[in-house]
Design a protein around this ligand. Structure first.
Ligand code: DC
Length: 242
């Protein structure tokens, strides 16, 4: 069902920022909110992944910030919102299907620690909102990219729960597992560590964000809780206007 607020959001630059660690359910929730409220869904992690892929292809060491900065200067990344997932163009090539494997995932987390890379991404992300209302998900959307976003949700869940969700997404429950759940959880903890402790724009909740902990929720329950947070904010804004 679509939100009754949907039509009032048409053409408005309404911004919903969703931040949180990997596996907390950000993508599912962002996709749903975008459909429900008629907004564009933008996944910023895909941009860091695309740049990580480029660094891997070129064979750069992922800790060589000078070389990475030079590479960034000659790279173009475009994110195109779609119904289900974003299409990612790296130097004009559609790399959408190449971004989800473990090597690229780790590379994205490593290249995203460098301030010059982040500043470049933030500029691109801010430009994406010029088209209209958006749901943008990432790690620093409410704190850095859109500090004035109308709605900020910080989505979290215990590492074990997030790791098991990731494991299921990898097909671990139904098919012959390629990795063990423990490995998925350990990898996720390592990425969390890097994302939360980097000096520039570490993952943390914005002061005015609403914390949504989905540890004891199904994803469906978390989706409904997020929807209620946005509805409440819209109600509040409507009553302020009256
Ligand atoms: O959301 P994701 O798993 O696709 O993100 C991949 C990596 O990119 C993640 O480890 C951290 C980084 N990232 C970031 O630093 N800032 C963002 N806004 C989005 C992602």
């Amino acid at each position: 069902m679509e939100s009754p607020f949907r039509s009032s959001l048409q053409g408005r630059k309404f911004i919903v920022a969703i931040d949180g660690p990997s596996g907390a359910g950000k993508s599912t929730i962002a996709r749903h909110l975008a459909r429900h409220f008629g907004l564009l869904n933008l996944e910023t992690g895909a941009m860091y992944r695309a740049f990580g892929l480029k660094a891997l292809r070129v064979g750069l060491p992922l800790d060589d910030h000078t070389a990475l900065e030079a590479l960034a200067a000659e790279t173009t990344i475009h994110l195109e919102p779609g119904e289900n997932e974003n299409r990612v163009l790296l130097d004009g090539e559609d790399v959408t299907g190449l971004l989800r494997n473990q090597t690229v995932t780790d590379a994205a987390s490593k290249v995203s620690v460098f301030p010059v890379i982040r500043a470049w991404m933030v500029r691109l992300q801010q430009q994406l909102a010029e088209a209209g209302g958006i749901v943008m998900e990432g790690r620093d959307i409410g704190t850095v990219v859109f500090p004035h976003a109308e709605v900020k949700i910080f989505l979290d869940a215990a590492p074990e729960v997030r790791g098991l969700r990731r494991y299921d997404q990898l097909g671990g429950k139904d098919s012959k597992p390629v990795v063990q759940p423990e490995e998925v959880i350990a990898d996720l903890r390592a990425r969390d560590q890097r994302d939360r402790n980097r000096a520039d724009s570490p993952l943390r909740p914005a002061e005015d964000s609403v914390l949504l902990d989905s540890t004891n929720m199904t994803l469906e329950e978390a989706v409904h809780a997020a929807e209620a947070i946005v509805e409440a904010r819209l109600q509040q804004k409507t009553s302020q206007v009256r």
